[in-house]
Write a protein that binds this ligand. Sequence first.
Ligand code: GLY
Length: 319
Amino acid sequence: MIVVASSNGRIGINAATEILRQGGTAVDAVEAGIRLVEANPEDHSVGYNGYPNILGEVELDASMMNGRTLESGAVGALKGYVHAITLARQVMERLPHVLLVGDGASRFAAEMGHVPQPEMLQPETRTVWANCLRANMSDSDIEAIGERTDLARWVELATDPERTKGTVNFIAQDKNGNICTGVSTSGWAWKYPGRLGDSPIIGAGNYADNRYGAAACTGMGEMAIRASTAHSLVFYLKMGLSLAEASERAMADLRDLGGRYISVMNLVAIDKEGNHAGYSSAEDRSYIYQTPDMPECEELPRTVVSIPPRWGKTGLQRI
Ligand code: GLY
């Protein structure tokens, strides 16, 4: 039995581990751990008080995958509700679908009895957003940003590749060997409205299969979507690679991406024996894990696989 998480999962890992300690399921453990991160206003990359899109609106993405059945649920661009991970679980368990987005996701949240949160941002976080836009826009431009028909240009100016980091990953394996993964995020700060990252895309930011292992990603989601990173890692395990070999291979796939926008990527993974690993393309990143016999989690450095960043300049162009 084990829980593995990105380091910002510290606030939730004890609750997740306690569920396993009491004989609960990996699915319950992952949901409980992530809900505490989503409710934490100090974490600007997940849930309540997460950094908003270019219009100043918080849009949440989340997914969950049950490695026993490969059932999955996800929500994207969810507005007005905090617990995207619970809604992702409800998509998995209550609907014949895998992914709901936008108005449909909000509608389903209301139907499932979620409490609306009309003000997802604390005032100081709104000020961070406005100050960032102010570098390129006048106050009247910011006031009227919802009317603009040239948002793409402003997204390019305002987005900060450093703010693509964040997002929370949880992976749990319970006493029956069942694995569950969960990912939740407010996505990339100042993103274009409706942008989905890897977090709600099964196979990109999240994948679990009891027979082999599981993986989840944080960082620049576009890269994990393009390389199908979480699924690739589990597929490499299926092909007989060790956890370290599979993780390195999945990171190398990201390094091979062409194009103009390449930033930081991180992953956590376990194999079916419960061995764990954390990888990053950046220095000084860590992840955490806890087993039921541990009173607190342990933080470990992630193994670094270099992926040279590129931003807005013509890079390696693959045909
Ligand atoms: N990895 C989270 C995102 O790109 O939105």
